[in-house]
Design a protein around this ligand. Structure first.
Ligand SMILES: Cc1cc2nc3c(=O)[nH]c(=O)nc-3n(C[C@H](O)[C@H](O)[C@H](O)COP(=O)(O)OP(=O)(O)OC[C@H]3O[C@@H](n4cnc5c(N)ncnc54)[C@H](O)[C@@H]3O)c2cc1C
Length: 312
């Protein structure tokens, strides 16, 4: 189970309280504040705090005193301009803090994003829950032959069942070993009163990458967008992408103008090299051009044609 009944009660209590503030708040984000958004089989993200809104970005860019009197269309235009021209510091004025529950192998990819503040659940101090990630059958796929970092066609029938059985069997065995090393049952009583329990910091080494961990993760909007541009991208592994997509939805609630500009100028845009631009100019001029004459490698050519929606 992703959320225990105790955690539910804490979240309900937090959500029923309101604090008076002079600071800007965003009603659409307040609506889901503290509320877990379920991801994968046992994971979640939830927004636990934030600072700033679209207006704070505009205010910082203009270095103005108040929230300004300009029209919404002018603010949108300015945010679009900042995004297009990579004028990034105004976006750093907004901050967001998430509580995330995620498998350890996802955490290993995520932690590579250094421009954030992280505090992880301590498995030296506490006992990890018996929760491990098992992919949904539609996400079980064979190793890709064309891309060493990816998966290809989905596994079905007996092949899928065999993989799921192995994943479950090994994780259950690992957790049984962990509990035996700790020498504690679910209620904290010794399993074998004659044996000492191993320290938590050592017993955890028996667990595998599919087990869930948790952390608080805080970053500014500029670095959040950098994270999302890499991890909500189709090249990212499905499991971290599932988290990034849920976070994109929270961003849409929080800073809708910035979110729209981010989709327009970053997520759904493309970076074209100088040689790629030359190919496009030749295509527009109806001049013949192919991969060997373009100066692009076969891979770059393929990527450019994909961006242009052309066959290659
Ligand atoms: C699809 C994909 C595949 C990947 N495959 C691999 C892999 O096979 N092996 C692997 O090891 N990693 C891999 N990575 C991780 C990747 O190389 C980056 O470490 C990760 O995406 C974090 O990016 P970042 O450094 O830009 O982010 P952050 O650490 O958040 O940094 C943000 C930005 O701050 C600046 N910055 C931060 N720290 C420094 C610094 N010390 N010096 C200078 N500038 C800094 C840089 O401009 C950086 O872009 C992969 C990532 C993706 C998305």
């Amino acid at each position: 189970m992703s959320i225990s009944s105790e955690q539910h009660a804490e979240i309900t209590a937090l959500r029923s309280a309101s604090q008076p503030t002079r600071r800007a708040t965003v009603p659409a984000l307040e609506e889901i504040l503290y509320e877990p958004i379920l991801v994968l089989d046992h994971g979640f993200i939830r927004v636990v705090d934030y600072m700033g809104d679209d207006a704070a970005i505009v205010q910082a860019a203009r270095v103005s005193y108040g929230r300004g009197t300009r029209k919404v269309s002018e603010d949108r235009g300015l945010i679009n301009y900042l995004m297009r021209h990579r004028h990034t510091t105004p976006f750093e004025m907004c901050e967001i803090k998430y509580h995330v529950k995620l498998p350890i192998f996802v955490a290993r990819q995520w932690i590579r994003h250094r421009m954030a503040n992280v505090n992880e659940y301590s498995a030296r101090y506490s006992i990890l829950d018996n929760e491990f990630y098992v992919p949904a059958p539609e996400h079980l796929a064979a190793q890709a032959t064309t891309n060493r970092q990816g998966r290809e066609q989905a596994l079905e029938g007996d092949a899928a069942r065999r993989v799921l059985d192995i994943l479950r069997r090994d994780a259950e065995r690992a957790y049984r070993g962990y509990a035996e090393l700790l020498n504690e049952d679910a209620a904290g009583a010794p399993i074998d009163p004659a044996q000492p329990g191993l320290a938590r910091e050592l017993a955890r080494i028996n667990l595998s990458l599919g087990f869930y961990t948790q952390w608080y993760w805080k970053t500014d909007l500029h670095n959040l967008m950098h994270f999302l541009s890499l991890r909500a991208d189709p090249h990212a592994q499905y499991e971290i992408r599932a988290y990034a997509e849920a976070m994109l939805d929270t961003m849409a609630r929080w800073v809708p103008m910035t979110h729209a500009a981010f989709r327009e100028y970053r997520m759904n845009a493309a970076l074209i090299s100088a040689s790629g631009l030359a190919v496009i100019r030749r295509l527009i001029a109806d001049e013949p051009v192919d991969q060997p004459s373009s100066g692009l490698s076969p891979r770059e050519w393929r990527e450019l044609m994909q961006v242009l929606g052309q066959k290659f």
